[in-house]
Design a protein. Structure first.
Length: 124
């Protein structure tokens, strides 16, 4: 999301001689752009998936995915929950994975103040 190049993505299409290359290029760019919205920094690429053994096919995740499609101006969207009998706030659904991860300092600040973070600065 920072715009920094962190690697290379190869996308292969069933190209046949005479096919419209521009169409395939546009599809590849769409894949790139969708992936860009889910990677906040290079460290994300080596995190386990799923982050913890919790289901990711939930209504909460559907809400996040639908909202990200409807609002391309959003960079990151995460739903947090503090489960019953727990003091830990965890990610329930998000646009960047990490489902089940404990909320970090930035997450908790947003929850406490209600103010979004407009820019996280350089990747950590």
């Amino acid at each position: 999301m920072s715009g920094d190049t962190i690697g290379v993505l190869a996308v292969a299409f069933p190209y046949k001689n005479g096919d419209n290359r521009t169409k395939f290029l546009k599809q590849a760019e769409k894949v790139r752009d969708e992936l860009r919205r889910r990677i906040t920094n290079a460290g994300n690429l080596v995190e386990p998936f799923p982050y913890s053994p919790v289901p990711t096919n939930t209504y909460a995740q559907e809400l996040v995915d639908d909202t990200m499609v409807k609002h391309p101006e959003l960079q990151i969207l995460a739903l947090h929950v503090t489960p019953p009998n727990s003091s830990d706030n965890v990610i329930l659904a998000s646009s960047i994975g990490r489902i089940g991860k404990k909320g970090d300092e930035d997450d908790l600040k947003v929850i406490e103040t209600g103010e979004p973070i407009s820019s996280r600065g350089p990747p950590r």
